[in-house]
Design a protein around this ligand. Sequence first.
Ligand SMILES: Nc1ncnc2c1ncn2[C@@H]1O[C@H](COP(=O)(O)OP(=O)(O)OP(=O)(O)O)[C@@H](O)[C@H]1O
Ligand SMILES: [Mg+2]
Length: 239
Amino acid sequence: MVSTSPHIKIQMLSKQYEGRGRSRLVLDQIDTTIGHGEFVVLVGRSGSGKSTLLNLLGGLDRPSTGDVLIDGQSLAALDEDALSRLRRHKVGYMFQFFNLVPTLTVAENLLLPLDLLGVAEPEAESRIRDWLAAVGLAGRATDYPDELSGGEQQRVALARALVHRPGLLLADEPTGNLDLTTARDVLRLLDDLCRRSGTTLVMATHSQEVIGMADRVLTIRDGRLVAADDMAADDMAAR
Ligand SMILES: Nc1ncnc2c1ncn2[C@@H]1O[C@H](COP(=O)(O)OP(=O)(O)OP(=O)(O)O)[C@@H](O)[C@H]1O
Ligand SMILES: [Mg+2]
């Protein structure tokens, strides 16, 4: 039977940054749900809170008020250890800059998340092989990141984000640092691999092309989620 419970439930989520005598409400009581296997893009002007929201969804940061539930588990109810276990098991991350460890080979970079989960070596090796093949880099296991092009590095980062079967992939402008053609290739691969593995994908982006591929667009404006139609008006006003 298909599960109808949401993968992610965002409940009255607010984030206020305090500092140097100023405070700034970046997210203001956001409420929504995201289904299993859904591809959701987060859009909004620079500084609107996309990265902030991704960090809260992945338990990398704590909200000021409100909560995020992943598979029904409240993140607010977890202490730091439990939160880091949840991240290791259930979340994969991709960033604009590829964040590979430069002193480790491609295969060793992929081994990191598996090591943290205690996946035994033969199983880990076979998964690494499979994921490198899936991103078209079967022959590059022993290369170091600086021997790869930007697109190749981001494909390694994609394999690393999925190798531990996280169920949820959070991607923060993952193609923002690539030329258009390479960005398109990485994006298609990302979409394809997430759909085939049933991975929920939440991606912050400025790219119209990404927006066209997504199942749903969430626009952040003035700390709130607004309907997609309002975004067009917002863009027009910005011109
Ligand atoms: N650690 C922090 N302390 C104080 N303010 C912060 C902090 N992190 C982010 N902010 C502020 O929160 C707002 C939202 O930032 P965020 O990085 O989430 O925006 P964004 O939508 O991802 O922007 P971009 O498209 O430029 O990546 C910004 O005004 C930023 O200055
Ligand atoms: Mg950002």
